[in-house]
Design a protein. Sequence first.
Length: 133
Amino acid sequence: DVNYAVPEDCNKIYSLLYNNFSPITDRLPDMNGIVDMINNRQIIVNRDNHNCVVGLSIFTVESKYKGYMNAWIDLSHSGRGIFLLYSVYKLLLDRGIHYAYFWVREGNDAVVKMHKLLGAKFDGLVDYTFLKV
């Protein structure tokens, strides 16, 4: 079963995002955005034996044809990380969405492999982020 985040997970989700991604280049949601995503059932989580969130996947459905995976992280080391990806793929397919965008950081070969196992194909697009320093 899909394990959606609940409002009590908000602080842990915020911490996971801001400790593992860049708030500048990764366009992370603020606390209100996380609450909205939880209420819209856009965050799927993995929990450890103590019911603490150790992994998450945030997704957005843009239209009836297109979706995005906004963020993915799994610190559980339980092998359940692929379940988070699978859950998003399944949710999108169940809604009839067959075209989705997933961004993976360069060098993150394990995640690339998981996407390929789930049927994703690399489109050849490489994004660059420029920062004014």
